[in-house]
Design a protein around this ligand. Structure first.
Ligand SMILES: Nc1ncnc2c1ncn2[C@@H]1O[C@H](COP(=O)(O)OP(=O)(O)O)[C@@H](O)[C@H]1O
Ligand SMILES: [Mg+2]
Length: 380
């Protein structure tokens, strides 16, 4: 039996050993909790800062059961743990957010169905199993459209843009036989996201909506707050809060949105865990997304998700950017975060940098470039 709120020295189990788990474990430590990481990866970024690690595969049922029995509550930082694995854990200890939420967010069709059932607008979409399904989906959604695998996509992987009917067969052959979804292409003016936390008592808080800019399909920059109309930011926040309520979230949830050319906000994806677009909260908010997650799963009070500064977050991706680390740590104003990964493969997220600005004074692109200094040329 787990009693909430968890007292100091209780142990929080985190499934997944990446940088998100590392930053959650650091936030948990500040609140006096110990973290036990479950990961198949030796020397994982989260293990380096945690109390204990179980090194085992995600489908090792005996190891999962032992792990669950050794902790007070379980959360996750990695989205592709199987629903079965999390359900097994949930037989032993509370898993927060609940496994059902993960089941929905792991599958783009279940996710879109859920969002639409909660009256949350998305781009029009259709499930695709056969080439004939794809042709009929193209005829009613129109082109261009994006064909995606329903599962295991990240950083734009498992996607193909279809601009003309003649491109359909190639796109299909690249992604088939995985289950697929076709989405109408959104000619977006910006991408943004909002992170919400919700407690066992139903109290929910939402961080400010931020703008996300990608490079090579990988998040490059987050601007907090998103530099567009306050109504758009508020609309995204209220949609994220509605989603959290509808899904009965206990924990943290990120929602990615498109803002279309008319300023309409469409939900794209949900992730029931800390999110890369929330890393700015570590330095620009009294309570970060990671502390908010730990507070929510530990049953602690959720303080308002306020921001004391404007901020820009720049990801450090691959060897070309991490090589700048000595200059980064020698530049006043750049707040560095390193994930402790030893292998700097191209496309791998190795760290990030936050830059703060006084509240209400996020500059335009030249000011951001100036503030990023050595990191600017590749981004602006
Ligand atoms: N329907 C769409 N219309 C336009 N761009 C899209 C669409 N779907 C995805 N994208 C682009 O591809 C990126 C990655 O897609 P997303 O669905 O978020 O998958 P993931 O982040 O899991 O790779 C988005 O951030 C966006 O830039
Ligand atoms: Mg995404």
């Amino acid at each position: 039996m787990t009693d909430f709120p968890l007292p100091p020295n209780a142990t929080i189990g985190i499934v997944g050993g990446g940088q998100l788990g590392r930053m959650s474990a650091m936030a948990a430590a500040r609140l006096g909790y110990r973290c036990h990481i479950y990961t198949p990866e030796p020397d994982a970024p989260a293990s380096q800062v945690a109390f204990r690690t179980t090194l085992a595969d995600y489908d090792d049922t005996a190891a999962l059961a032992r792990f669950a029995d050794s902790v007070d509550v379980i959360t996750f930082e990695f989205e592709n743990v199987s629903f079965e694995g999390l359900s097994l854990l949930a037989e032993h200890r509370p898993v927060l957010p609940g496994p059902e939420i993960l089941r929905i967010s792991q599958d783009r069709v279940a996710e879109k169905r859920f969002l639409n059932s909660a009256c949350i607008r998305t781009t029009p979409w259709a499930q695709v199993e056969t080439l004939a399904d794809l042709r009929s989906a193209m005829s009613h959604l129109g082109l261009p459209a994006v064909l995606k695998t329903t599962r295991l996509g990240y950083d734009g992987k498992g996607q193909a843009l279809i601009r003309a009917p003649s491109e359909a067969e190639l796109a299909y052959s690249l992604l088939h036989p995985k289950p697929l979804i076709l989405e109408a292409f959104v000619d977006f003016s910006a991408e943004c996201s909002t992170i919400v936390a919700r407690g066992k008592d139903g109290r929910a808080v939402a961080f400010d909506t931020v703008e996300n800019r990608h490079r090579n399909h990988i998040l490059d920059l987050t601007l907090a707050p998103a530099p567009f109309a306050a109504e758009i930011r508020a609309e995204a926040q209220s949609m994220a809060l509605r989603i959290a309520e509808h899904i009965d979230l206990v924990g943290l949830l990120a929602v990615e949105f498109f803002v279309d050319a008319n300023g309409a906000v469409l939900a794209n994806e949900i992730a029931p865990r800390p999110h890369n677009s929330g890393h700015w909260t570590i330095d620009a908010c009294p309570v970060s997304q990671f502390e908010m997650q730990i507070r929510a799963v530990a049953g602690l009070f959720l303080p308002p998700a306020i921001r004391h500064s404007d901020a820009v977050m720049k990801n450090l991706v691959g060897p070309d950017e991490i090589v700048l680390w000595p200059q980064i740590v020698a530049t006043p104003g750049l707040i560095p975060h390193h994930y402790g990964k030893i292998h700097a493969r191209p496309g791998r997220k190795l760290g990030h940098v936050n830059v703060l600005f006084p509240y209400g004074s996020l500059p335009g692109q030249f000011g951001i470039a100036a503030a990023l200094g050595v990191l600017a040329p590749s981004t602006i």
